[in-house]
Design a protein around this ligand. Structure first.
Ligand SMILES: [Zn+2]
Ligand SMILES: [Zn+2]
Length: 357
């Protein structure tokens, strides 16, 4: 395959400012592959990185983008797991492989986060990412894409990966459970779908945006609660469960009201999983968890190779992320793509950028 020396990349050049630049096409190290990027999704974390930065961030300019899929065009000297021409998707985090957490499989919480010398990398966060024609990935972070799945759906598979990781982290096994999901953003919707696919008896989705709640119904939610319309999630869940509460509550909204709701919705002894990055400090009555023996879990990203499970579930069509993709743009329109995403123009949900267009 012909690989050019130069490529276009959307780089963060100053805080809040992304520009298209011509840069060198990178060369894979021994354990890396070079990917021709076909689709790269925009995620809330990208906006956070653009506007506020992230720990471990490389000096600007650098290439953002952490949700991407493409075709292998070159492999490093030790790579036999993938070959040129393979369709692949990636997860964000490559743990160092040598710290306690990595050895225990918790590589999204690597103790050497951002330390490239020790082998950690997070694409588009601590090293160059996928808003470019080509991108490097370590083999640890790659998965072959099943034939049934498009590059676009594969690019956002980490959304499902985060949902399955949240379920995995709290002990799995949703069969027969009543599950509440707070916040119908991409991860909340993926959670509703994943919980249903794993046999949850009832999934209750709460939020404030009618369009997103309607999408939730299409993606597996049995009940939706629109807080803006004056509906009360606590009352709805209590009515559905004879006053007991939900077995599991996922907070995918990340505000103090959402955590307070979670504490009021969950049954004694149930589980609350925090999957959102909270916008700032939150104030809640945490005693409601302690005195009722409620278990609290947190997850970061799509760890424990839950992307593999997500790809399998998508290939079996037990989950389907395609409804989340609302907008697509060529790389040159990167800033329009970001605007569409951040301002939720035209009900934007997941926005995909196409570096080859
Ligand atoms: Zn993301
Ligand atoms: Zn590590």
């Amino acid at each position: 395959m012909e690989i050019p020396k130069k490529m276009q990349a959307a780089q963060l050049v100053a805080r809040g400012q992304i520009e298209l630049r011509e840069v060198d096409v990178p060369v894979p190290g021994p354990d890396e592959v070079l990917i021709r990027v076909e689709a790269c999704g925009i995620c809330g974390t990208d906006v956070e990185i653009r506007d506020h930065g992230m720990p471990g961030e490389p000096p600007m300019p650098f290439t953002m983008g952490h949700e991407y899929a493409g075709v292998v065009v070159q492999v490093g000297s030790t790579v036999d797991e993938f070959k040129v021409g393979d369709r692949v998707t990636s997860e964000v985090h490559k743990g160092c492989g040598r710290c306690h957490n990595c050895i225990m499989g918790e590589y999204t919480a690597c103790l050497n986060f951002g330390n490239r010398e020790k082998g950690h990398s997070a694409s588009g966060m601590t090293v160059d990412g996928g808003f470019a024609e080509y991108a490097l990935k370590h083999v640890n972070t790659l998965y072959k894409i099943p034939d049934e799945i498009s590059f676009e759906e594969a690019a956002i598979i980490t959304t499902a990966g985060s949902a399955f990781y949240a379920i995995d982290a709290m002990g799995g096994y949703l069969a027969g459970d009543t599950v509440a999901v707070i916040g119908p953003g991409p991860i909340g919707l993926a959670l509703a779908q994943a919980a249903k696919a794993l046999g949850a008896d009832r999934v209750i989705l709460t939020g404030t945006r009618k369009g997103r709640l309607e999408m939730g119904k299409k993606m597996g939610a049995d009940y939706t609660v629109n807080i803006r319309d004056g509906e009360d999630p606590v009352q709805v869940v209590k009515e559905l469960t004879n006053g007991v509460g939900a077995d599991v509550v996922f907070d995918a909204a990340g505000v103090s009201n959402s955590l307070e709701d979670a504490l009021n919705i969950v049954r004694p002894g149930g589980a609350i999983v925090l999957v959102a990055f909270y916008k700032g400090p939150v104030t809640v009555n945490i005693s409601k968890a302690v005195v009722r023996n409620v278990n609290l879990y947190t997850v970061r990203g799509e760890g424990r190779r839950n992307v593999r499970r997500s790809l399998s579930m998508a290939a079996q069509r037990k989950i389907d992320l395609r409804p989340l993709i609302t907008h697509e743009f060529p790389l040159k329109d990167i800033n329009q793509a970001f605007d569409t995403f951040t301002k939720r123009l035209d009900n934007a949900m997941k926005v995909i950028v196409h570096p080859q267009q």
